[in-house]
Write a protein that binds this ligand. Sequence first.
Ligand SMILES: *[C@@H]1O[C@H](CO)[C@@H](O)[C@H](O)[C@H]1NC(C)=O
Ligand SMILES: *[C@@H]1O[C@H](CO)[C@@H](O)[C@H](O)[C@H]1NC(C)=O
Ligand SMILES: *[C@@H]1O[C@H](CO)[C@@H](O)[C@H](O)[C@H]1NC(C)=O
Ligand SMILES: *[C@@H]1O[C@H](CO)[C@@H](O)[C@H](O)[C@H]1NC(C)=O
Ligand SMILES: *[C@@H]1O[C@H](CO)[C@@H](O)[C@H](O)[C@H]1NC(C)=O
Ligand SMILES: *[C@@H]1O[C@H](CO)[C@@H](O)[C@H](O)[C@H]1NC(C)=O
Ligand SMILES: *[C@@H]1O[C@H](CO)[C@@H](O)[C@H](O)[C@H]1NC(C)=O
Ligand SMILES: *[C@@H]1O[C@H](CO)[C@@H](O)[C@H](O)[C@H]1NC(C)=O
Ligand SMILES: *[C@@H]1O[C@H](CO)[C@@H](O)[C@H](O)[C@H]1NC(C)=O
Length: 442
Amino acid sequence: MESGKANPIELPTTTTTTTTTTTTTNGNLHKPLINTKHFILPVTTLAILIILHLYIGNFSDHRLINPPAGNSTGGGDKCNLFQGSWVFDDERETYYTNESKCIIDDRQNCMKYGRPDTDFLKWRWQPDKCDLPEFDAVEFLEVVRGKSLAFIGDSVGRNQMQSLVCMLAAEAYPIDVSHTNDTRFRRWAFPPYNFTLVAIWSPLLVKTRDPNPENFTRNSLMNLYLDEADEAWTSELDNIDITIFSTGQWFFRPFTYYEKGEIIGCHFCNQENITEISLYYAYQMAFKTTFTTLLNLQNYTGLIFLRTFSPQHFENGDYNNGGNCIRTKPFTKQEMKLDGYKLMMYSTQVNEFKAAQKEGEKKGLKLRLLDTSDAMIMRADGHPNHYGHPASDNKSYPDCVHWCMPGPVDTWNEFLLEMLKMEGEGFIERTPQRNTTKLNLR
Ligand SMILES: *[C@@H]1O[C@H](CO)[C@@H](O)[C@H](O)[C@H]1NC(C)=O
Ligand SMILES: *[C@@H]1O[C@H](CO)[C@@H](O)[C@H](O)[C@H]1NC(C)=O
Ligand SMILES: *[C@@H]1O[C@H](CO)[C@@H](O)[C@H](O)[C@H]1NC(C)=O
Ligand SMILES: *[C@@H]1O[C@H](CO)[C@@H](O)[C@H](O)[C@H]1NC(C)=O
Ligand SMILES: *[C@@H]1O[C@H](CO)[C@@H](O)[C@H](O)[C@H]1NC(C)=O
Ligand SMILES: *[C@@H]1O[C@H](CO)[C@@H](O)[C@H](O)[C@H]1NC(C)=O
Ligand SMILES: *[C@@H]1O[C@H](CO)[C@@H](O)[C@H](O)[C@H]1NC(C)=O
Ligand SMILES: *[C@@H]1O[C@H](CO)[C@@H](O)[C@H](O)[C@H]1NC(C)=O
Ligand SMILES: *[C@@H]1O[C@H](CO)[C@@H](O)[C@H](O)[C@H]1NC(C)=O
């Protein structure tokens, strides 16, 4: 069933939302993988969408939320929220629709582009030994009152962020308070709750440079500095209480790898004098660098999540030679498990996470795993496929990497709320202080 090792980074949908014409301070780094002609909404339309968000409605009174009821939330030894199965629930309603007052990226707006089947919206996640409660926007906003939460990573991380904004929009209108027009960096305020949601574009988590930005293509060779955390996020940490890191697909593209400023090897670089190095090594180092940076933060008692590898589901070919994802219901856990390179990506990141978590415990740094991979490997039915663009656009490849909105990606935020509730009251005591001491990677 697994199509050959698709190179999912090469999907035209892998980066950026609809505004791409703005320049950024790191222009070369942030150049989109696709040119603007592929975008469905002209920039002006986007501007209108953004203006929608400036509308401030009447906010309902803040309701006080009781602490989570003991065993219903899983956790502890009793229940692993992430082990379970998908259960069909005909009564289940989506948390938002394509008409809700929030931004759904066109490329994940499956209902807008005529996806005919809707059963994929009706499966709920049933952990084996407890229940995963439905998402409650008021409850979420109470838990994060006065805090800031950042999604740091690639476009799949942004997919979760946009899902969360839409799930919260049911209770409080998100206000766009972004510092930039670059839609890869977003900042949403929820004033009644003094809550800020931030999206930081850092698709590899470590520093990357494009030696030939003007000739950027999905297969061009970029430099990846495995022992240097990406300043896009390190520079923002001071103001963030909760971080959700994720990265994956970008590691499949060609890179020259650097450590200590020197070339140590490459991946798909086709240069005889440079050693080919496994992308798993690069993936591991990116997490080692990320976690080391976080562990070196002075007096940081914040909460850090790693959202695990999000599997793609191309079948019948790769993304660019006929592969697609046309299923309309999930696999069972007997039918489909993480394996092959997906399992390698997953274990690589989880091993680094566990090592860091142990270190973190000694220092009061809380690292948590948003362990969505097992659940999502079953959701071959949850991707846009070719419902991420108008039917008249027959040049776009199917997208079996990102997730339809609404869709199973909303479950990630059900998990997130449960995990936040498990932290209990006052789970963040101090805001982060950066440790400016030089990184000391072994
Ligand atoms: C929402 O989806 C429905 C189909 O489910 C479609 O008829 C409608 O045009 C869509 N609306 C928007 C605003 O995309
Ligand atoms: C939670 O605890 C109550 C009482 O102890 C018990 O009846 C119930 O079955 C438990 N629920 C779960 C999901 O374990
Ligand atoms: C909002 O939250 C910030 C950070 O916790 C805090 O400094 C500020 O006083 C809060 N503002 C209000 C109006 O509660
Ligand atoms: C964003 O775009 C608008 C309209 O093009 C422009 O007026 C504004 O200066 C831009 N803001 C930033 C921060 O670049
Ligand atoms: C970019 O590609 C064009 C066309 O292939 C080539 O002429 C140009 O020299 C390239 N630029 C760089 C900096 O490599
Ligand atoms: C590898 O060879 C190319 C072409 O001869 C050269 O431009 C490049 O600098 C060499 N790289 C290293 C690391 O020696
Ligand atoms: C800051 O980082 C350095 C280098 O890793 C480390 O030796 C030092 O203990 C850190 N300081 C604190 C307060 O964590
Ligand atoms: C970290 O905490 C210690 C003990 O509370 C304090 O002495 C020190 O000044 C703090 N460091 C920073 C950078 O805030
Ligand atoms: C698909 O694209 C080709 C070439 O660009 C065009 O001739 C054809 O009419 C298109 N088909 C549809 C259904 O839009």
